[in-house]
Design a protein around this ligand. Sequence first.
Ligand SMILES: [Zn+2]
Length: 127
Amino acid sequence: MDKQELKKYKEKLLKIKDMVQGDIKQLEQDSFSKTQKEAAGDLSSHTLHMADMASDSYERDFAFDLVSNEQELMYKISEALKRIDEDKFGKCLDCGKKISKARLNSIPYAGLCVSCQQKQEKKEGKK
Ligand SMILES: [Zn+2]
């Protein structure tokens, strides 16, 4: 993979990282203000806000895939950034084959090619 492309993926990963960091902060703030509101007995606005948050998460412009929570996503992103620095980015961690660009474009933090990913999911009993 050439440097130009690596740079593109790096920028993408950093952007996602920023978003996720913002999200984590937001969630922390929300759970804090939720407690305050519940203490004040204001349950109706809380319900409305949860609906807002749900629709928000569907409007993401990146694939929130392969992970079950944001901490895990943060981990995957930093691992991918490390792979860029070590010049290992874009290769499957398992079989060493190239990960397709289409896959990297939608999931830039993917560490496995599609077939290894499927194998792993079977092993983990997903799907
Ligand atoms: Zn593989």
